[in-house]
Design a protein around this ligand. Structure first.
Ligand code: CU
Length: 310
């Protein structure tokens, strides 16, 4: 339980959590109000109208239309409020914003496996950036599991034969407990994971460190897919928005300005970090400059991979 948790609810750490709690407290306090009201009147009437002596015969009594109408209308209104309110929060909870950062989650006996879009796979300890929506695309490789983070008020079944998802956004750095809440065999209770929410820069650093022991060519291949280089560069010789990577390394490049160069590691490096420096002849200067922040390791990987495409 976090420092802001109460004695019965854990800390409300995600952006949706306060909304879930508000609805919960509305239902809770109206229930308390009605419980106290009903029991209060019950006691009051039991005392007030108790039979005072044995010869007493109560007078004939008719219903009160106002009380009957009120006892139908008021609960109906309350139920409708809870329905519309609940429906709104439900929709918000299950429709992830389109710009959400997506992580693949696999429930396994008995741990959670996470796969990031750059191919990093980590067991049980997931790092996420704060301040932006995170969407978990989940499936199980064996039996039913269920993904639950109490502090975020999100929970969803994880199934072997289909995808489910949930999303959340955390705005403050912290460490949270992930539970499996669907009995999944012997070590179900040990299926505990950790979620670490941290600032974007720290998260990116962590993420690139995770690739540390992957061979560079393999990392490069993954990055070409995850950074979407493949949208413009083919690896089979066909012409796309950009030149193909096949046969690129070691070949002579012709540029718009008439100069030429033999494509070595330094040329590839420059082409990725500063695409506008040299424009390949017959191609538009369409490559985005967004790769200038790639880590040295990612760059090495991409270059190593391009070198394999002869
Ligand atoms: Cu499980």
């Amino acid at each position: 339980m976090g420092e802001n948790g109460s004695f019965w609810l854990p800390e409300a750490a995600s952006t949706i959590a306060p909304e879930v709690d508000a609805l919960f407290y509305f239902v809770y306090w109206t229930s308390i109000l009605f419980f106290v009201g009903v029991v209060g009147f019950l006691i009051y009437f039991a005392v007030k109208y108790r039979r005072k002596d044995h010869s007493f015969v109560p007078p004939a009594f008719h219903e009160n239309k106002w009380i009957e109408t009120a006892s139908i209308v008021i609960p109906t209104i309350l139920v409708l409020i809870v329905f519309t309110w609940g429906f709104k929060v439900f929709v918000k909870m299950y429709a992830a914003p389109p710009d959400a950062y997506e992580i693949t989650v696999r429930g396994k006996q008995w741990y959670w496996e996470y796969e990031y879009d750059n191919g990093v796979v980590v067991p049980n300890e997931v790092h996420v950036p704060i301040g932006r929506p995170i969407k978990l695309n989940m499936s199980a490789t064996d039996v039913l599991h269920s993904y639950f983070i109490p502090e975020f008020r999100v929970k969803h079944d994880v199934l072997p034969n289909r995808y489910t998802s949930l999303w959340f956004q955390v705005d403050e750095a912290g460490e949270y407990q992930v539970y499996c809440t669907e009995y999944c065999g012997t070590s179900h209770s040990a299926m505990l994971g950790k979620l670490i929410a941290e600032p974007e820069a720290e998260f990116q650093r962590w993420l690139s460190d995770q690739n540390a022991d992957r061979p560079p060519e393999e990392l490069g291949e993954i990055l070409v897919a995850s950074y979407n280089c493949a949208a413009c560069h083919s690896v089979d010789g066909s012409r796309g928005v950009g030149p193909t990577f096949q046969g690129l390394f070691g070949s002579e490049r012709q540029f718009e300005d008439g100069t030429t160069v033999v494509a070595d590691e330094n040329y590839l490096r420059e082409s990725i970090l500063m695409p506008a420096a040299k424009i390949v002849e017959t191609y538009p200067p369409a490559m985005p400059p967004s790769y200038s922040s790639l880590s040295a390791r990612e760059l090495d990987g991409l270059i190593a991979y391009i070198k394999t495409l002869q």
